[in-house]
Each structure stands twice: as C-alpha cells, then as structure tokens.
Design a protein around this ligand. Structure first.
Ligand code: GDP
Ligand code: ZN
Length: 463
C-alpha cells in the first residue's frame, strides 16, 4: 500500500462550526488545485510553489463577485495529510462566507467529504496505519493533557511499531515451522518445532499481557472516569461539584465536533478526566429534595467507576448515610467528610467499618480545606502505577485494540494448550496464524471494508 490510490476530489470545512476567527475549507484530490483555481483570484495556483500560502480572493466565477478575502495554502502530493494534492482555503470565519465558499468549490467539481474521509485517505494511501488514524480521533476528543500525550504517542506510531515487531517475530517462527515440516529428515524435528512454537508463543503472550495491563488506565484517559457524587440532601454535593467544575479545570481542547454538553460533563482532576454521572440530579436537589431518593443514587452508583459519598461531618451519621455506605461498599469509593469547619459530630473512626483511613477525606468546601488532598487521592487511585513514566511508553487506550489484543492472547493460549495436549504441529500453527492476523487488524495490515467504514464514520466531517 505504498502507492497513492486514485480518488475523486473531496472538500469540507475543517474547522469547528460557528463564529470563529478564521475557517478553513480543506480540499483533497487530483483536481484540488484546479478546482480552487476556478473560484480564486490571485496568483496562478497551478504555478505557485508547493507548501506556500497565497493571498487572494474567492470569487463567484460567472459574476466575478468577490465572496471573501482569503489565504490559500497549496500543498502538492505526496507530502500532505492525505498524500494527495491538498488545498486549504483560510477565510474570515462566519457561517455564511464559509458555506458559500464550500458550495462554490463543490459546484466546481469537488464532492462533499464524508466524516473522517481525509483521514481514511491518509490510511488508504499508506500515510497512517489504522492505529494512528484512530489516534487522530482520540486527539480530537482528548480531554486532558495526559490523554493528549497518549494519543500523540500513538499517532507517532509507537503502538504500531510494537505490534509490527510482534507480528514479525510470529512470522519468522511460522516460516521456521514451515521449513521444519517440509524437511522432516531429522528424527526430533517435531520436538524442535514444538519447542520453538512454545517459546515464541510464551514470549509474545508476555508482551501482549503487558500491554493489556495499561488498558485500564488507558481507558480512563480516553473515556473519562465515570464518577458519581452521592449523599443525602444538604451535605454539600452541589458545592463540591461546583468546586470541581470551576477550579483549575483547564480542559485542554475546545474540541471540534464536541458539543458543550459533553465538555461540561468532564472535569480534569490532576490529569484524570472525571466524567460526572447524573449532575442534573445534584443540581436539582434544592427544588426536588424528595425525588433524590436512594433509587436515583443507586442508578448513578451502578454506572460509576468511582463513587464519592459525601457525609456531613457536623451532624451525627443517619440511617440514610449508613445505607449509602452499605450499598457502595463494593465500589471503588472515597468517603468525603464535609463541613469540617463546623463542630465535628462524625469522626474518621465512625467510618472505619466502611473504608481505609486514606479513603476517608475530611473537607470543607466552604473554607477550601481538604480539597487538594481529595484531588490527589483521586489521581493516585488511578495512576499509582506511575502514569508519569507510563505516558511516554506504549499504552493501549482503544476498545477495539483491547478487544483484538484479548483475542490474540486467547489464540496464544490455544497454541500453548495445543502443544501441551500433544496436538499435531500443523493444527497448532493455525492458532499461531490466527494470532498474527488479529494483531494485524490493530495496525490495519489485515482489515475489512466494513471495519473501515465504521471506524472512519465516527470522525467529524473535515478530518
Ligand atoms: P447538597 O444538597 O448536598 O447538594 O448540598 P449543597 O452543596 O447544596 O450545600 C448545602 C448547604 O451547605 C449550603 O448552604 C452550602 O453553602 C453549605 N455547605 C456546603 N459545604 C459546606 C462546608 O464545607 N461547610 C459549611 N459550613 N457549609 C457548607
Ligand atoms: Zn445542592
């Protein structure tokens, strides 16, 4: 897949919709330059040097009316995002001008790009492998700087390199097995071959298991950590929520294609993207105290990866508090003993039945006490295996990759069981080949069209 495949010319707005400083309309394909040339007045784009930005105007070709003042980047194949000729028109933001320019480009020979089609071409033209294309999507959606680093790392190809090396190892062993089967002149060839297969399967398996261990943290970075804040009325849930939402919550990307709702659900706690569950329930508390019963809490608790149980330290424990503590006993949970600025009626010892000392955190949202410790504890719960060093090594974050790694691991399990059970080598070989194919699906070395369509359709248009 090293040569460029021939495609028609596509166009789309590459910047997020809405009023902005500038908008970019991206055009890619064989006719990209000549199509834009038809609606542009300025230097002859067919003659400008590659990778230059050119000042000019977009005009309606029949009436010669000026539509907008623009800067046009011309990038000739193959050193472009799609490996095709790419032209980007930078215009003055605003929905009307942007759409008008796009329409002109479309009516002069380009086709509207499908979601993710630019990245799909980058993949089909061999510029990105599949895991890198997926990293582009992760980057677009990255919620904290740590998520971004992991995605960047993957875009840089570190996961692909690792997978490719594993596949190469497997391929070599399969070739060796083939040779041994074809030339069975030695008596102990079966034993030798089996030994080789067993060693390689064990080795590859260790690598895969190491990767899978990173998946939990990876998933949190990618999808966020579903977090429920529960507690009886008036203990300080909304105050805590507001603190989490408004304090140093630098959500790095004002992400293209992400709705405000989605952004608002996430808060960045020391690099951990918390995805708050049922915040509506918390915000509604004031008006609808009676509705926020145990049932609603139970629902939020069920969908959460982390539960924050808030207790009012200035009132003795109630049955409702105890009940909440009981039903969250099996969850990953922190107990927040709030209102410690007031006279204490609940001590840490009173909660010792439910949690380890380090999981009980005294806070006062009013006077800002204990909140740093709370954030630190949340981060350490998930990153205590050293995310700082991990973010520079290979990490699996993507559900599709995790699924494939698990299947590949199972295939290796079958190899090892087969050998132990004394199965003939050519049967064992089948499982080893299956492992090789499954790993290939991660990088896209073996892929199916439906998979591609499904994957790239998750992108936004213009990427
Ligand atoms: P919720 O019903 O659990 O959401 O509780 P709220 O966050 O609405 O807080 C209920 C009341 O407790 C409000 O008047 C808050 O200002 C107050 N409150 C919240 N946290 C603290 C705290 O740490 N100390 C004190 N003294 N009051 C607090
Ligand atoms: Zn409230």
């Amino acid at each position: 897949m090293s040569t460029t495949t021939e495609f028609d010319t596509i166009a789309a707005v590459a910047t997020p919709p809405g009023e902005g400083g500038i908008s970019i309309i991206r055009v890619s394909g064989e006719d990209a330059i000549s199509i834009v040339e038809k609606v542009y007045r300025g230097k002859d784009l067919a003659k400008v040097a590659s990778h230059t930005i050119n000042y000019g105007h977009i005009i309606e070709p029949k009436t010669k009316d000026e539509v907008d003042e623009v800067m046009v980047s011309v990038m000739r194949a193959p050193k472009t995002y799609t490996k095709e000729d790419v032209v980007e028109v930078n215009c003055h933001g605003g929905l009307v001008a942007t759409n008008e320019i796009l329409q002109l480009i479309l009516s002069n020979g380009a086709r509207m790009a499908e979601p993710g089609e630019f990245t799909k071409r980058a993949f089909l033209n061999g510029r990105l492998d599949l895991s890198q294309a997926e990293a582009v999507m992760d980057l677009i959606r990255a919620k904290t700087d740590k998520s971004m680093k992991v995605a960047l790392n993957q875009l840089d190809g570190s996961l692909s390199r690792l997978i490719k090396n594993l596949r190469q190892d497997i391929l070599e062993v399969l070739a060796q097995v083939e040779v041994n089967i074809d030339y069975p002149e030695y008596d102990d060839v079966e034993t030798l071959t089996t030994k080789l297969l067993r060693e390689k399967a064990t080795e590859v398996r260790q690598s895969i298991e190491r990767l899978l261990k990173t998946a939990k943290q990876g998933k949190v970075l990618r999808d966020g950590l579903a977090t429920a804040i529960v507690g009886r009325p008036n203990v300080g849930k909304s105050s805590l929520l507001n603190h989490l939402l408004h304090e140093d919550k630098a959500i790095v990307t004002d992400v293209a294609g992400t709705t405000r709702d989605v952004i608002e659900e996430f808060v960045n706690v020391r690099g951990v993207p918390l995805k708050l569950v049922d915040t509506a329930g918390i915000r509604d508390t004031e008006d609808k105290v009676e509705k926020i019963g145990v049932e609603r809490s139970r629902k939020a608790i069920n969908t959460a990866d982390l539960v924050l149980v808030v207790i009012n330290a200035s009132e003795p424990l109630t049955d409702e508090d105890r009940n909440l503590l009981d039903i969250t006993d099996d969850d990953k949970r922190l107990i927040i003993l709030n209102k410690t600025d007031l006279e204490r009626k609940v001590s840490n010892e009173d909660l010792a039945d439910w949690a380890k000392p380090e999981d009980i955190i005294g806070t006062s949202v009013l006077t800002n006490q204990g909140l740093d410790q709370l954030e630190e504890r949340i981060a350490s719960l998930f990153f205590d295996e050293g995310i700082e060093s991990n973010q520079n090594s290979v990490m699996v974050t993507n559900a599709r990759h995790i699924g494939l790694l698990n299947q590949a691991n199972d295939a290796l399990g079958d190899v090892l069981h087969g050998i132990a059970a004394g199965m003939p080598v050519d049967l064992v070989q089948i499982d080893m080949t299956r492992c090789w194919n499954l790993l290939g699906e991660i990088t896209g070395d073996s892929y199916q069209d439906e998979l591609l369509d499904q994957l790239f359709s998750q992108f936004c248009v213009g990427k």
